[in-house]
Ligand binder design. Sequence first.
Ligand code: RNT
Ligand code: ZN
Length: 415
Amino acid sequence: MNRYEEAKKIYAALGVDTDKAIETIKGLPVSLHCWQGDDVKGFDQDGPLTGGIQTTGNYPGKATTPAELMQDMEKVISLCPGKKKLNLHACYAIFEDGFVDRDRLEPKHFAKWVEFAKKHNLGIDFNPTFFSHPKCKDGLTLSSPDEATRLFWIEHGKACIRISQYFAEETGVPCVMNIWTGDGYKDIPADRMGPRMRYKESIEAILSEPFDKSKVKPCVESKVFGIGVEAFTAGSAEFSLSFAASHDGCLPLMDNGHYHPTEVVSDKIPALLCFFPEIALHITRPIRWDSDHVVLFDDETKEMAKEIVRNNAVDRVYMALDYFDASINRISAWTVGFRSWQKALLNALLTPNELLKKLQDENRLTELMVVSEEVKTLPFGDVWQYYCETEGVPADGEWFAEVKRYEDEVLSLRK
Ligand code: RNT
Ligand code: ZN
């Protein structure tokens, strides 16, 4: 008997149907972020990365043109099992008939991306880019005390709503549009509420742009602090959560790098699901801070996936990856992260959730610990390898050779 058949029997004894788990995971879209391919650079400006985020490292071979970035994403897609969605930032606009600034962006500047998405059968998520731009006056955008600055960024947000609706209409898949800004202060501000009131009103102005709520899903992403804005961040957890809660159709987006280090998003997911019909996630790996390391198949990643699956919330949680490592092969970084979240989802689907809940509800907490520990050594790897096989992608142990070949034949030739 092959290893999958053997594993299937072992899981079945615990009430877990491995075929069903594989069937389910194949329908769950995970948004693949384009910005891992070029260190969050984009195509619309030549300045440094700002907004309190940083990429470190200068591994050779990064994508510097739309064609290269698409080629790299194609490679990643071919190495990862599961359903993908494309996650774009506004700074990845492609200007074929002349440059326009971010407040003047139009759907046509993303037509090439729509073509790419259609070719690979992907929905598209979108992000206005409120960083790495000369109009981030004193590091501020939507919360700026300068009206012209605020208006510029509000116009950018509105343009992005229109582009998001275009993506949804072209692909037939709702577009999650995430609003994140790095607005904040390095040192103790004298006014904390003023910036937040301006931020609130600016997001409201953006959302006053008409859109179809079944097609565009606006989100607000919170953050605890960024590099250079250690003392104050306008879009804090309380601010963003309250904004989403009080604005119909707006979703909270939790990035698991954006909280104090002992807080866990796995615990926040079920808390928010009690109140919000839908929520969104940025899945990343923080090391001591919002370091945006490549997602691994680690404990908290597993726990986040479990909270989505065991609360039957796979249709209520929009999952997107958000990490950028420039110190290692970028294709490999992308692939490890995507595959790790796939592993976490599959692991959650293979967990005997009903049995474990029953033990908890019957207060059989001793057994709950015993079974929870034993579940960790079930033959998960055999189901994973079989899943990769059914998806026609390389198994663990096989895909890195392909990355090496691509590095030798493609990446190493880039200037
Ligand atoms: C920054 C936020 C934000 C960005 C992307 C590029 O801390 O996590 O989501 O990483 O928009
Ligand atoms: Zn994020």
